[in-house]
Design a binder for this molecule. Structure first.
Ligand code: ARG
Length: 572
């Protein structure tokens, strides 16, 4: 649809900026509207004078009849805003949507911005918890959307491997006599167990706590080569292990970055700059702090070791030099709002290349209740395995025989399980806290990942039955759709809404907009599949028009699912 929008907006200078604001209204309205496809532009509540001039300019203009049949201008009255309705030339409309060689989701913009999305960012040695899961899958969708819409995009995973608690961890590894083999086989569990053991020991003996502080100091000072080498190894094994989970989730990164990668020297340089700029204040106890919104936030401890914020400031400035981004998103839970506020305000006060508008904390709320049926879940892997197990049990119960399935059964169960978990998390507005329930996440008829997969499979199997039809040779025909039961138009209008939903999803950084769109698309598809048979239809023209429609539905659904990080199945 974007080409149609552009073709309209480029005709009048006043409309140039409005391209993405032209929307296909909800289908009910379309259907009442004498079954004519329209694009609606609800005016931003501008100053009355300007608004009147704009409306007049639109009214006086003769729009190219190849795209627009009629223009209705509705002035504002009472509470409702002024709007312009562009009644589209319907044949141009179906061709935009259904030409087989055209991708309905193609909204090809060419922005010049470079967006960095930092997401996932778990900590070494602490469990990859549900907060990290939410960051991972929301961050992935946001990065996918930007990339798809033509932005240059860089995906970063910033792993927490630094801070005094890592002295404890190093000690725990010694205490537990961890072997290299154990570490290699299950790094995440082994590191976690070491951390737990050391914590316990430190609670019992202050000497151990002291020893942990010293160990970390030597690590930070870089004086213990053996320890540094061990450290490298733990990290290597950990990311190898994480990579398996990321692969199941369909997530990729351009780069893994580490809290520890900023050496003392680099951090000291940043701290010196802060001091020179008068932004770093020394407290009586020796700590150094920054003052943000009247609150003092520590950057350096009294023993000189650096804190989370110091490393984040150094990392941000280094990324700016290295990547030259125009915007940087941090997908991290609500709980770190103060931290990011302090980071953004301090860094932008320090470096003139940065302004606040470029930096954004993409916050999200908590998920409760995501655990296995036995109530166990510290590691994300357990949750994904549980999803796969439930899917396997369900499939074993159903009597369907699956012939010629191209994928291994176990993989299908895994893909379905992951789809259920991902979609259940993504369908919520991100700031909301959310109660996870297996029962809800796995329904075929509810708004779930299983529904998306199921609809995709149905479309695939229909189109597969008509493989020999050359869809490229069929010309979409508006007249046909106008005469079909309204389910056909419903689905067409739904398809026409995809690019606005992608755009809004990106603008608001809300994956749920796209997810809800896909649910709507699936519902319209199911109705259409029921009311518009292909196999049983004897008229060839009707059959091929319907196939075109379902073909477009499949491509749109497939594209949307891929943007969510799902792997669309052909058979389940
Ligand atoms: N590793 C941190 C945690 O788990 C999240 C890191 C967020 N990103 C950042 N640049 N501070 O709490």
């Amino acid at each position: 649809m974007i080409r149609l929008r552009r073709a309209i907006c480029e005709q009048l200078p006043q409309l140039k900026e409005a391209c993405h604001a032209l929307e296909v209204p909800a289908k009910k309205h379309q259907l009442q509207n004498a079954r004519r496809p329209t694009l609606e532009w609800v005016l931003p509540s501008a100053v009355a004078q300007q608004e009147r001039e704009l409306l007049k300019a639109v009214q006086d203009h003769t729009f190219d009849g190849a795209y627009v049949e009629r223009v209705n201008v509705v002035s504002s009255s009472g509470r409702s805003a002024a709007k312009v309705e562009f009644q589209l030339q319907p044949q141009a409309f179906v061709e935009q949507l259904l030409l087989a060689k055209q991708n309905p989701t193609d909204i090809s913009t060419s922005p010049t911005e470079h967006i960095v999305v930092e997401f996932s960012s778990p900590n070494i040695a602490k469990p990859f918890h549900v907060g990290h899961l939410r960051s991972t899958i929301i961050g992935n969708v946001l990065a996918n959307l930007h990339q798809y819409l033509g932005y240059r995009t860089t995906r970063l995973n910033y792993l927490g491997d630094w801070g005094t608690q890592f002295g404890l961890l190093a000690l725990g590894v010694q205490l537990n006599n961890v072997t290299d083999q154990q570490m290699q086989e299950s790094p995440i569990e082994t590191l976690y167990a070491s951390y737990v053991a050391a914590n316990k020991a430190a609670e019992e003996s202050p000497e151990i706590a002291q020893r942990a502080r010293e160990l970390f100091a030597s690590l930070e000072a870089g004086t213990d080569a053996n320890m540094a080498e061990q450290w490298q190894k733990y990290r290597k094994y950990t990311i190898e292990d994480l990579a398996k989970v990321y692969q199941r989730l369909g997530v990729q990164f351009d780069s893994y970055e580490w809290e520890s990668q900023y050496s003392q020297k680099e951090i000291q340089q940043v701290l010196d700059r802060l001091r020179k700029a008068g932004l770093l204040l020394r407290e009586q106890d020796g700590r150094e702090v920054v003052e943000v919104d009247g609150r003092r936030i520590p950057v350096i401890k009294s023993d000189g070791s650096t804190l989370y914020l110091a490393r984040d400031i150094a990392a941000l400035l280094e990324r700016l030099s290295r990547l030259q981004f125009t915007r940087h998103l941090y997908v991290v839970d609500n709980g770190q709002a103060d931290h990011f506020n302090a980071l953004f305000k301090t860094a932008s006060a320090l470096d003139e290349r940065l302004n606040l508008g470029q930096l954004q904390h993409v916050k999200f709320g908590r998920i409760h209740g995501m655990s296995t049926r036995q109530g166990k879940a510290i590691f994300l892997k357990d949750v994904l395995d549980e999803a796969r197990n439930i899917m396997r049990e369900k499939r074993n119960l159903s009597a369907t025989t699956r012939e010629n399935q191209s994928l291994d059964d176990e993989l299908v169960c895994d893909i379905l399980g992951v789809s259920a978990v991902l979609v259940n998390v993504l369908k919520q507005r991100r700031q909301r806290d959310h109660e996870f329930s297996w029962q809800q996440a796995l329904q075929v008829n509810g708004d779930t990942g299983i529904k998306l997969q199921y609809t995709h499979c149905r479309l695939h199997s229909l189109l597969d039955n008509f493989k020999e039809v050359q869809l490229e040779d069929i010309k979409p025909d508006w007249q046909h759709f106008a005469e079909e039961p309204t389910d056909a138009l419903d689905l067409l209008y739904e398809l026409a809404r995809v690019d606005q939903s992608l755009w809004q999803s990106k603008q608001q950084l809300e994956a749920c907009i796209l997810v809800n769109y896909l649910f709507g698309l699936c519902n319209a598809t199911s109705k259409a599949l029921k009311r518009l048979p292909v196999k049983l239809e004897s008229c060839r023209h009707k059959r091929s028009q319907r196939l075109l429609l379902f073909h477009a539905a499949k491509r749109t659904l497939q594209q949307g699912m891929q943007l969510l990080g799902l792997r669309p199945l052909d058979q389940m």
